[in-house]
Design a protein around this ligand. Structure first.
Ligand SMILES: [Zn+2]
Ligand SMILES: [Zn+2]
Length: 343
């Protein structure tokens, strides 16, 4: 099969075309013919050697495909033959204490994360299990199905972790990015009032069109406070979804009102973050970490998209062999929404 693999670490030029055998599904495994694979910010960090990708890794964890074959002992998985599916990016084991408790995102005993522990979706085929695939209806195109777990499901899970309710005021930082544009839509769908923060003036109108009640471009704390006040937040926002990590963390934390909830889901510029304990104590703040979607979240996201409540932001499509060009385009912020590779 054709694939794109890492030839060292560094710039986009280290992504090179390769040929590998089509993987054989083992017991409990499904062979997935890849229809589309999203290019995530995570992939850019992995390519630069900042994450755990091994030598000659095949990156890509935002995968949609067709179940083309099944291994032995797949149980109900046989019913999935020929079905289009969207994949969760980490394969849980299904039998460790975390999995048995339903906490599959915490499992570290399964096959693991695509592009790092197992070969990813920059290829014609990948392996999966019934624990990390969710069927998608025909109404959802391949390029959208690919990004449902990471770009849509991550924000969905984060908003749920924060117990987001109707009429909450929700701040979304890094709102113009691939996860942000969907988090804004989902927060709005949950009935919240949404303040979108972005560093890109060019994304202001697009974020309003997606349902943000207000869009602030690189604001300071005073501007955020005034905006939240205009939306009826007397003493600050109820929820902040922090997508960038370092740059906006202090602002997001300070913008929360009493009993505010902050959810950390992005870490684009890994660094230690300043935390004022007095602020957290006196306002009785809660800080959540939220990882990727699990299969239950993904199934709910599929429903939200199929019903039209959330619209995956259209992607720019690149042929698989042009993965390097796709990385370059994402790095130079030429892509609004997601870049998606199609084998
Ligand atoms: Zn991703
Ligand atoms: Zn497990």
């Amino acid at each position: 099969m054709r694939c794109v693999e890492l030839d060292g670490t560094g710039g986009p030029e280290v992504l090179v075309p390769g040929i590998r055998p089509v993987p054989e599904p083992g017991p409990g495994e499904l062979l997935i013919k890849v229809l589309a694979c999203g290019v995530c910010g995570h992939d850019l960090l992995a390519r630069r050697g900042l994450l755990g990708a091994p030598e000659r890794a095949v990156l890509g964890h935002e995968i949609a495909g067709v179940v083309e074959a099944v291994g032995p002992d797949v149980g109900d998985g046989a019913d999935l033959l020929g079905r289009r599916v969207s994949l969760v990016q980490r394969i849980p084991c299904g039998h460790c204490p975390d999995c048995l408790a339903g906490l599959t995102t915490l499992c570290r005993q399964g096959q693991g994360f695509y592009g790092e522990d197992v070969p990813g979706g920059y290829a014609e085929y990948v392996l999966a299990t019934t624990r990390n695939v969710v069927p998608v209806p025909d109404s959802i195109p391949d390029t959208a199905a690919a990004i449902l777990s990471c770009a849509v499901g991550t924000g969905y899970r984060a908003l749920r972790r924060a117990g987001t309710r109707e009429d909450d005021i929700v701040l979304v930082t890094g709102a113009g990015g691939g996860v942000g544009v969907h988090t804004v839509q989902i927060a709005r769908h949950l009935g919240a009032k949404v303040v979108a923060l972005t560093g890109s003036p060019g994304k202001e109108q697009a974020l309003k069109d997606l349902g943000a009640d207000a869009v602030l471009v690189s604001p300071d704390a005073r501007e955020v406070r005034a905006c939240v006040g205009d939306l009826g937040g007397r003493r600050g926002a109820d929820v902040a979804v922090e997508l960038t990590g370092g740059p906006t963390f202090p602002l997001a934390l300070r913008s929360l009102g009493p009993r505010g909830r902050l959810v950390l889901i992005g870490n684009t510029e890994p660094a230690q973050l300043p935390l004022d304990p007095g602020l957290a104590i006196l306002k009785e703040l809660t800080i959540h970490g939220s990882a990727h979607a699990d299969a239950g979240d993904l199934a709910e996201v599929v429903e939200l998209v199929a019903s039209g409540a959330v619209t995956p932001v259209p992607a720019k499509v690149f042929p698989l062999e042009e993965a390097a060009a796709a990385h370059r385009a994402v790095e130079q912020r030429e892509v609004a929404g997601r870049a998606v590779l199609v084998p």
